[in-house]
Design a protein around this ligand. Structure first.
Ligand SMILES: O=C(O)CCC(=O)C(=O)O
Length: 263
C-alpha cells in the first residue's frame, strides 16, 4: 500500500489524528491479539480495584483497572507482540520523523487501553497537560501510533475524538472539558475512529477525546506506541527486557535507547 505522507501529516495537523489503512498484515495482528489477550486476561482476573498505576510483572501482566471494565496494560516485547515490523515500521517511523522534524525520535511508551464489554464512557479529556498557555503549538513533543487488535466499531467501544481541538490552549478550560462539553445544548462534532484490524492510526494526545461503552460480546484491545522528541522527559520510564534490546537492529536500539532495561 502506498501512502501520501505529505497528506497524512497535513491530516494529522488539521484533525489531530490520521489513519493508515491496511498497514500491518491481519494474520500478524491476529497472532498479536492472542498473546495480548492472554496477558490482559490475567490483569483482569487479578485487578478488581480501580487504581492509578499499573501493577505487576510485564510477563504476567503489568496493568490496572482504570474504570469499570476498562483495563490499561504495559506490554512486553516478547514475540509476537514485540515485532520490529510494527514498532520500526518504515511508514510509522517516517511519519513521526517528519511530524517532529527530527530523525532522533525515541519510543517512550508501550501501553494500551482496553474496554471490555460493560465499559462506560470516559470523561472528555486530553492525555497531556497544556505546555504553552494561550499558545496553540503547531506540534506536541510526543504522540502515539495506535494498533487495534480487533476491528473497531460503535458496539465495541471505538475511540471518539473531536477533530481540530489539539490547538486549544485556554488555561481556564483545562480539566473542565467534560463539564463544558456535556452541558445541554453544547454543539459538538465528534468522530468515532472505526477501523479494520491491520489499520493503524496516529493520535495527537492534545486532541480532546474519550473512550466509549463497549456493548459487544468481546474486548477491544489496542496497542499504543508513543514516539517522542529527543528532549522529551518521561513521567514514568519505559521498561523493556535486555534480551530484546540486545537483539534489535541498530535502528531499534536507537528508538529504544531511553528505555530502562531489565533482566
Ligand atoms: O482507547 C480508548 O478507548 C480511550 C483511551 C483513553 O482515551 C485514555 O485512557 O486516555
Amino acid at each position: 500500500m502506498q501512502y501520501d505522507m505529505d497528506q497524512k501529516i497535513a491530516e494529522f495537523r488539521v484533525n489531530g489524528y490520521t489513519v493508515f489503512e491496511d498497514l500491518i498484515p491481519v494474520e500478524k495482528i491476529d497472532r498479536m491479539r492472542e498473546a495480548f489477550m492472554a496477558l490482559l486476561d490475567q490483569v483482569r482476573e487479578r485487578e478488581t480495584e480501580i487504581r492509578d498505576v499499573e501493577e505487576g510483572d510485564l510477563r504476567t501482566g503489568k496493568g490496572r483497572l482504570q474504570r469499570v471494565h476498562r483495563y490499561c496494560m504495559d506490554w512486553p516485547l516478547d514475540p509476537p507482540l514485540g515485532d520490529p515490523e510494527v514498532y520500526e515500521h518504515p511508514v510509522i517511523v517516517e511519519f513521526f520523523e517528519r511530524y517532529f522534524v527530527d530523525k532522533d525520535i525515541f519510543i517512550s511508551c508501550l501501553h494500551s487501553n482496553n474496554p471490555y464489554p460493560g465499559s462506560v464512557y470516559q470523561n472528555w479529556h486530553r492525555d497531556t497537560k497544556l505546555l504553552t498557555p494561550n499558545i496553540g503549538n503547531p506540534s506536541h513533543p510526543t504522540s502515539a501510533v495506535k494498533v487495534p487488535l480487533v476491528d473497531t466499531c460503535e458496539e465495541n467501544g471505538s475511540f471518539e475524538v473531536i477533530p481540530g481541538t489539539q490547538y486549544l490552549a485556554i488555561p481556564e478550560y483545562e480539566g473542565k472539558y467534560n463539564d463544558m462539553l456535556t452541558q445541554p445544548g453544547f454543539h459538538l462534532n465528534p468522530r468515532r475512529v472505526n477501523m479494520k484490524r491491520g489499520t493503524v492510526w496516529m493520535q495527537d494526545p492534545r486532541t480532546i477525546h474519550r473512550g466509549t461503552p463497549n456493548t459487544s460480546d468481546h474486548a477491544r484491545p489496542e496497542l499504543c506506541i508513543c514516539f517522542s522528541k529527543p528532549w522529551y522527559q518521561l513521567r514514568r520510564p519505559l521498561i523493556i527486557h535486555r534480551e530484546h534490546f540486545e537483539a534489535m537492529s541498530e535502528r531499534g536500539r536507537h528508538l529504544f535507547r531511553n528505555a530502562q532495561l531489565i533482566d
